[in-house]
Design a protein around this ligand. Structure first.
Ligand code: FES
Length: 135
């Protein structure tokens, strides 16, 4: 077994400590899911009607359903492709296997096994915050 000097041991320990510090900062690098995120203001959403954003590297869709804010996950419940809101047809369409969802996120046709997920949210003053939890 090879011996290492005190100096070499401290050098290697420092490398390990630096590695541990790098791992500790992973959330700051965006590799782990954020628990919440500010999306936009109520005024911005009302002016636009709908809003597409990204939360934890996945697309989300904000809209009002019967005056109630709804935040859909645009991740298809079949094989996780990104679905797209088709304004003219008022449905969400999945490009991968032609799954479709109505404007409430319910499955109309195709292989998706369940409705689109909806995120919980909070209104803080004028700001809309999406939470990393489904309704
Ligand atoms: Fe959307 Fe298959 S991934 S229908």
């Amino acid at each position: 077994m090879a011996k290492i000097t005190r100096k070499e041991f401290l050098k290697r320990s420092g490398t390990l400590a630096a590695g541990a510090c790098a791992l500790a900062t992973v959330p700051a690098c965006g590799l782990l899911d954020e628990p919440e995120m500010r999306v936009c203001t109520v005024g911005e959403l009302e002016a636009a009607g709908t809003f597409v954003g990204k939360f934890n590297r996945k697309q989300i869709f904000l809209t009002y359903l019967d005056d109630e804010l709804t935040i859909f996950s645009l991740v298809c419940t079949h094989k996780k492709c990104t679905v797209k809101w088709e304004e003219n047809e008022e449905l969400f369409a999945c490009p991968c296997h032609e799954g479709t969802y109505d404007k409430l996120g319910r499955v109309i046709d195709g292989p998706p096994p369940r409705p689109l997920n909806r995120f919980k949210y909070e209104i803080r003053g004028e700001e809309i915050w999406v939470l990393n939890t489904f309704v």
